[in-house]
Each structure stands twice: as structure tokens, then as C-alpha cells.
Design a protein around this ligand. Structure first.
Ligand code: SOE
Length: 382
């Protein structure tokens, strides 16, 4: 066991995200040289039996069934929020007030207003914070960011990005409860705008800078579903599909689309960027490849390159296996922990901070508003 200083984690929530985060806390110090060693101190969820078996499986030292007890413990340094969206703000604000570092699953809040209270709490308590927008840590995407920062693209004209899924097409799928809270707007806040487009927007703001205005449309294809918690047929008020046009501050124009009704697509997150000198594209189903076109290449050999991002000189890859061997989805979370803990050691913030998460929520709020008003909406500065 390493003699590094411990960073004691208190996790809230044991669903899909609780698993990705727990795995990341365990693996990050094994593959990256970090100034602190995350320790799985406690996990909290309401169901006592299930939280106990989750704790046994992942090696948490203790369990809680009330997040307030977890936040009050003085043997916890960091509260990690992986519970449904309607719980994020209250837990984050209490954790920050108790002086804990706070990590939070995306989207930060259900609305920008809610997210704003979370930003105020962590900033006035001066506690390190970060939102789990994990796809920023795909090595191919990090390489794209580097190429953009090196100004290989020149002036940017276009950005386009989609997130396509198909898991809610059946009318028989209920809403509410585990996993399916994503269909209940009281819990989720919104549908694909907050759940999927938020990923596209976070990545776009990071790669291409601020968005200034949006014009959107949304649709709810299935208008009522049985609610798992009440047993009643209840209205569906989330957006099943959402698309918007926008302008970036750098003058580029963009198209974004997310849906859970694209039959055949499971998690097809795509992006393409077109500049004066170069273009690039990436998608999550082939996440270790970056497609790159450089107009400055010699004319007779000019064409799209498909770069396999597995070499030791590619972002993060020297910490993994040997050149040519791939990594995947769970590694994006491991990278996020590694970056957070490294930044902590240097007294720096690790992006995306809560304030960065708020910037995304200004855009998602404006998208939902524009879909209602049928007019262009301006984006405030976070
Ligand atoms: C929804 O299906 C979901 O699990 C999102 O909640 C995640 O953020 C996304 O990464 C994958 O899809």
C-alpha cells in the first residue's frame, strides 16, 4: 500500500455513475503518479441492503443511508455526487458549506439557476470542485484540443455535433425510479438537452469557445408513460429530441442534435470541426480514432487521415499499455480523477469546474427556452 497522503472519498449514489466513479478512484493511482491516494471511505444511498453490497463489491470502508450524515463526517475530504439530478444542488451546497471538496455528475443542476447556487457555494467556501463531463478526457478529443490550440485549423467556420440514442422508443418503457428517472422532468430537469446535449455543449465550449446565441426545437414523441413510483400513467414533459443552431463568439456557426429516437444508434456522440486550413472529426463509437484533414499537405497526397490514438506520444496513452492497444469509456473517468488529483497537488483548479458547468447550463436553458419562444436566445456569460 502506498504511503501517499490519503484523499477520503464519500460517494452519494450507487447507480451506473457510482460504478464508473468508484472504478476511477481505484484505478487512477495505479496508472498515474498522483500526489494523493483516493480512499473509498464511505458510500451513501437510501437502500441499506443494496448500499452494503455495493460497498462490499467496491471496497468502501463504511456506508451511510442519509447523505447529511455523510457530509457531517469529519473523516471525509471529498463528496462525490452520483445521484439523480434533483439531488445535486442540495448535497453540493451542504458539502461546500461543510468545507468538503465536491465532484458532481453532469448536468450540474436541473437549471442554470440551480447550478448558480452550487457555483456560489463552492466559490465562497473556496473548495476544489469539478463536474464529470468525462468525454473531455478521451485521448483523441484531447489531441484535437491540442491541434486547435496550436492553431492548425486557422479561422473556424463550422462546428457540428450529435448525440444519438434509441433506448426510449418503446411506449411500454415506464418513467421514474432507477435509471428511468431520466424520463421524469421533476427529477431530471430536462430530457436529452440536459442529459446528452450537455456533453456536446461542454465539449464544444472547451474546444471552440463561447456560444453567443441559439435557435432550437424540441419534441416529445411519447406524451405519457406509466410512472414506476406511482403506478399511474403520467404525462411526459421532458424533451425526447432536441436540435439547435448557434453562433460562437469566434464567428463560426454550428448545428447540434440529440435524441433517444435514432433507431440503431446507442451512444453515437459525434463532432466535426471545419477550419480554413484543416478539419477534424471524432465519434464515440470509434473513440480511439481522430479523423484529420490538413489542406497544407502536398496536393497529390492530400486526404483524410484516420489517426489511431494509441501511441505513447498521444494524450494519457503512455500511462496505459503499449502502442496500438486501445483503452475505452471507463478510462475517461480514470483520467478525470488523475487530472483532478494532480491539480489538487499543485493547488490548481481542474476543469470543468462548477463555473464551467454553469456555462453549459446557460446554453441548455437557452435551448429549452428558444424551443418554446421559437426565437433566438442570447447566452449570458458564466
Ligand atoms: C443516458 O443514456 C446516458 O447514460 C447519459 O446519462 C450519460 O451522461 C451518457 O454518457 C451516456 O448516456
Amino acid at each position: 500500500m502506498s504511503n501517499k497522503k490519503e484523499l477520503s472519498i464519500g460517494l452519494v449514489g450507487y447507480g451506473f455513475m457510482g460504478r464508473t466513479h468508484s472504478n476511477a478512484f481505484l484505478q487512477a493511482p495505479r496508472f498515474f503518479n498522483l500526489p494523493y491516494r483516493p480512499v473509498l471511505k464511505a458510500v451513501c444511498a437510501r437502500n441499506a441492503d443494496r448500499v452494503k453490497s455495493f460497498a462490499e463489491n467496491w471496497g468502501y470502508q463504511s456506508v451511510e443511508t442519509d447523505w447529511r450524515e455523510l457530509v457531517a463526517r469529519n473523516d471525509i475530504d471529498l463528496i462525490d455526487i452520483a445521484s439523480p439530478n434533483n439531488t445535486h444542488a442540495e448535497i453540493a451546497v451542504a458539502a461546500a458549506r461543510a468545507g468538503k471538496m465536491v465532484l458532481c455528475e453532469k448536468p450540474l443542476g436541473r437549471t442554470a439557476k440551480e447550478a448558480g447556487t452550487m457555483v456560489d457555494a463552492v466559490e465562497s467556501a473556496h473548495v476544489p470542485n469539478m463536474v464529470w463531463y468525462n468525454y473531455r478526457r478521451v485521448p483523441a478529443v484531447v489531441l484535437l484540443k491540442k491541434l486547435l490550440d496550436e492553431d492548425r485549423f486557422g479561422r473556424i467556420f463550422h462546428y457540428r455535433s450529435q448525440f444519438l440514442q434509441d433506448w426510449t422508443i418503446s411506449q411500454d418503457l415506464p418513467q421514474g425510479g432507477e435509471g428511468l428517472w431520466r424520463l421524469d422532468s421533476n427529477v431530471a430537469g430536462s430530457g436529452v438537452t440536459g442529459d446528452l446535449l450537455a456533453h456536446n455543449i461542454d465539449m464544444a465550449l472547451w474546444l471552440n469557445g463561447p456560444i453567443t446565441e441559439v435557435s432550437a426545437m424540441t419534441e416529445t414523441f411519447i406524451k405519457e408513460r406509466k410512472h414506476n413510483l406511482t403506478g399511474q400513467i403520467e404525462p411526459i414533459t421532458i424533451d425526447d429530441a432536441s436540435a439547435f443552431l448557434c453562433r460562437f463568439a469566434n464567428g463560426s456557426m454550428a448545428l447540434f442534435e440529440a435524441t433517444r429516437y435514432a433507431r440503431g444508434h446507442k451512444a453515437l456522440f459525434t463532432l466535426e470541426i471545419n477550419g480554413e486550413r484543416a478539419s477534424a472529426s471524432w465519434d464515440l463509437h470509434d473513440l480511439h480514432r481522430l479523423e484529420f484533414f490538413d489542406h497544407r499537405d502536398e496536393g497529390q497526397l492530400r486526404g483524410w487521415k484516420s489517426i489511431h490514438i494509441t501511441d505513447s506520444e498521444h494524450p494519457y496513452m503512455k500511462n496505459w499499455w503499449v502502442p496500438g492497444l486501445q483503452i475505452g469509456y471507463e478510462h475517461t473517468f480514470i483520467h478525470q480523477v488523475a487530472d483532478f488529483v494532480s491539480a489538487l497537488g499543485e493547488n490548481r483548479a481542474a476543469a470543468p469546474t462548477f463555473r464551467d458547468g454553469l456555462a453549459t447550463e446557460y446554453v441548455t436553458d437557452a435551448v429549452l427556452k428558444s424551443a418554446k419562444t421559437k426565437s433566438w436566445e442570447k447566452i449570458p456569460v458564466a
